[in-house]
Structure formats: structure tokens, C-alpha cells
Ligand binder design. Sequence first.
Ligand code: HEC
Length: 224
Amino acid sequence: MPPPDSRKPENHVSFMNSTSFWKLLGTLGLAFVLPWLFLVVLPYLEQSKAVPTPYAEGEEVGGEVDAYPDRTLQRYGASDYGRQIYAAEGCAYCHTQVVRPTYAGVDRWRPGWGGREGEQGNFARETQPGDYVNEGVAPLGYQRIGPDLANVGHRITTAEEMHRHLNDPKSFARDSGMPAYKHLYEPSPYGEGLVPTPKAEALVDYLLSLKKDQPLPKAYLTGN
Ligand code: HEC
């Protein structure tokens, strides 16, 4: 008997005919495209239309700021380099930068987490989406092994103390779970001790700038 002629369609061995193949491909395509559309594209378009909300006359703000969010806080230079070091060193694996809404936790009542407390006007508050407008990537963090850093710039106010937190965390908490970032420091050329590398300087600049407690205009809260 001659071998079957594979050019004839009836001799094709196929586990799927072509219509069901296209159906499968189409369904898979939709399964990716729809979530992408609703979770990425639409929120992006919605957020990019957002404009800063001006403060009403007499609202307590301080400084030259006239609207929320304050676009002048855009990161440039050293502080932006520090943000990249924060990402590269994996700080976000142990630190979040979100003061959670109260339904999800009691962050707001942890001393210093919500920002300026006790000050006239009491600015301490939960984090709002607008707090991230000046960041290309919102460093929300993966889990909280260490404290939330959304407002660490209010709790630790000197570069000296911030450096000590990075190169010798155990000097603050004897059994601190935070690794010492010694590779960001080098031996001092003048003898004993360590001096920060430019990376450590930039990272500390960035950390000292972390403050997510800009006062919210009343109109922002009521949506008017
Ligand atoms: C393995 C987890 C871990 C990693 C990674 C980590 N930390 Fe920490 N961090 C902690 C823990 C736990 C604490 C609390 C104990 C302490 O103060 O040392 C802490 C505390 C801190 C504090 C003091 C916060 C406060 O409110 O007093 C700062 C600032 C800080 N970390 C910055 C960083 C930076 C910047 C990086 C990345 C270069 C980093 N951490 C990486 C676990 C981590």
C-alpha cells in the first residue's frame, strides 16, 4: 500500500482544528487585554487628567505652597539619584511608604507615622494617591519588616542619624533585623571611622525628604 499523501486534508493529523485554535488565541488575548485596559490604561488616563487642588483662602498651609499636590516637590539631581539607590538596594522589600487607610490598620496612631503631629493644624494623616504624583514609580513596598518610611523625614531629621541607621542599625535596636549597608561607606582617609560614599549621601538626601503629610485642601476631601 502506498504511504498516505500528507497533502490531502483528510490525512492531516492535528489535535485542534484551525477555528478552535483562533478561538483559544482570541480568548487568551482578551484575558490579557481586558485587565490591562481596566487596571492600567483607564486608571492612567483618569489620573493624568488630575489637576492640583488649590487651597481656599485662610486654609492652614505654611510656606509658599498654594495647591495640593505640590508639584514643586518633583525630584531632581541628588534626591532622585537617592530614590534609585533606594530601589536598587531593595529597601522596599522591608519598608513600605504608605500610611494605610484606617479601615486597613492603625498606622495613623503610630507615633510619627502619619507625619507632623501636635503641630497647630495637626497635619498627620493617611497617604493619598496624590502624594505620589512627583514619583515616576510609587515605592509602595512589598512587606513591612521595618517601619513605614512615608514620613521618616519627620522622625529622623539629621543626616548624621540617618547615616547611622544605614551603616549600623544595631546601634539603635540591638536585635534590629535591618542589614548594615556597610558597602555604601568607606574607611575614612583621616584615620578611624567610616565616610559615606556619594550613593549613601544621595540615599540619605532622599530619606530626609520623605514626607507625605502635605495638608489637604478642604475641597479635595469633599470633592467640590
Ligand atoms: C531585611 C529587612 C530590611 C531591609 C532590607 C532594610 N531595612 Fe530598614 N529597617 C528594618 C527594620 C527591622 C527596622 C527597625 C529596627 C531598626 O530601627 O533598626 C528598620 C529601620 C529603618 C529605619 C529607621 C526607621 C525609624 O522609623 O526609626 C530607616 C531610616 C531604614 N530602616 C532605612 C532603610 C533603607 C534606606 C534601606 C535600604 C538601603 C533599608 N532600611 C533596608 C529592616 C530592613
